[in-house]
Write a protein that binds this ligand. Structure first.
Ligand SMILES: Cc1cc2nc3c(=O)[nH]c(=O)nc-3n(C[C@H](O)[C@H](O)[C@H](O)COP(=O)(O)O)c2cc1C
Length: 359
């Protein structure tokens, strides 16, 4: 059998897929007040149903985990019902869809939240940086409070409840966002995790929050293939810092390798250009790679055996039919970063498939 390419049918998360493309999780800030996805999101995701698998934008497992303006959650009956319309539309178009759980931890601002609870984090270390709020414009990140040891299991359990809610909303699986400086990565990283209990200090303690979160998600789903994770070793985003990311992620990937997850999504970032080569040999399951791929480099990653799936982010914002364009050789529409996070349909649902564009 010849080596796979992006257009070869595949398997991920227990699902058969028509190609090896994953649509990256992307926050698009079009949700309604109270963390409810808008009707626009139904069309947005349905337009992208030909991806091998779609990962949703980061979705807060509950109100405490939500930090950005106009972002959704998966906690209330209203939120679950709104997500169900989205999975129904994607499935009706033949697609497959995982929900990404994004618990922001210390990254957020009260003006963006529908709870008055403060931000939570492994340690009371405020992130340097600013965040957009619709009410007040750019603001410094709020200071988080440190979780008590007795509270950590409850936060982990929040991912189990979110898993049950996501599956009730019709998702094919769920992805833990352990990347980009949010709560799970705040536990993984020595800079933001200064705990002295069993969830901090040495690497086995720092990976514990993530490992236990995956365990409860698997138990809630009843099937490890429906649970996945994204990591971004050494990314400097959101003021995250780790003294030894190779040690951290080697230990983490070894710990999760036997779990039988649906996939492990690794985002390559400039500080560690060879991270796929380091982690791939440690991970026998479905390995998805992301970060700046195009058709040629994606095919090369699959052909070399470095990856089983390739994740595309920005190209999917402006090319809803990315798989068809790769197949036909149609030109890609350039993405428009000015509309990534703006409300309304512009830059969201108005990028058409090549077949609908005028010649
Ligand atoms: C507008 C935008 C929003 C994003 N939001 C998220 C997010 O919610 N969760 C996440 O894991 N990554 C997020 N990312 C990162 C992407 O998932 C992906 O890792 C990154 O864009 C690299 O892939 P690319 O070079 O193909 O765009 C976002 C990226 C963009 C462009």
């Amino acid at each position: 059998m010849s080596a796979p390419n992006l257009l070869t049918p595949g398997h991920i998360g227990g699902l058969a897929t028509p190609n090896r493309l994953m649509m990256a999780p992307m926050t698009r800030s079009r949700a309604l007040a109270g963390g409810v996805p808008s009707e626009l999101a139904i069309e947005y995701y349905a337009q992208r149903a030909s991806a091998g698998v779609i990962a949703t934008e980061g979705v807060a497992p509950n109100a405490v985990g939500l930090g950005y303006a106009r972002t959704p959650a998966i906690e209330t009956a209203e939120q679950i019902a709104a997500w169900k319309k989205i999975t129904d539309a994607v499935h009706a178009r033949g697609g497959r869809m995982f929900m990404q759980f994004m618990h922001v931890g210390r990254i957020g601002h009260a003006a963006n939240r529908y709870t008055t609870e403060p931000l939570i984090a492994p340690s009371a270390v405020r992130a340097n940086g600013q965040i957009w709020t619709d009410a007040l414009g750019l603001q410094d990140f709020d200071a988080p409070r440190a979780l008590e040891s007795s509270e950590v299991p409850g936060v982990i359990e929040g991912f189990a409840q979110a898993t049950r809610n996501a599956l009730a909303a019709g998702f094919d699986g769920v992805e833990l966002h352990a990347a980009s400086g949010y709560l799970p990565m705040q536990f993984l990283s020595s800079g933001s995790n200064q705990r002295t209990d069993g969830y901090g200090g040495n690497v086995q303690n720092r990976i514990r929050f993530v490992v236990e979160s995956l365990q409860v998600m698997i138990a809630a789903a009843g099937d490890a293939a429906r649970v996945a994770m994204k990591i971004s070793p050494a990314i400097p985003f959101n003021d995250i810092q780790d003294d030894d990311p190779i040690e951290t992620y080697t230990a983490l990937v070894k710990a999760v390798a036997p779990m039988g997850l649906g996939y492990l999504h690794v985002l390559r970032t400039p500080p560690l250009p060879n991270i796929f080569e380091v982690l791939r040999p440690l991970y026998p399951g479905t390995f998805a790679v992301g970060g700046g791929f195009d058709f040629a480099s994606g095919n090369a990653a699959l052909a070399s055996g470095l990856a089983d799936f390739v994740v595309f982010g920005k190209p999917f914002t402006s090319n809803p039919d990315l798989a068809e364009r790769f197949a036909s050789g149609a030109a890609l529409t350039p993405f428009d970063a000015t509309t990534f996070y703006t409300p309304g349909p512009k830059g969201y649902t108005d990028f058409l498939p090549a077949s609908a564009q005028s010649a």
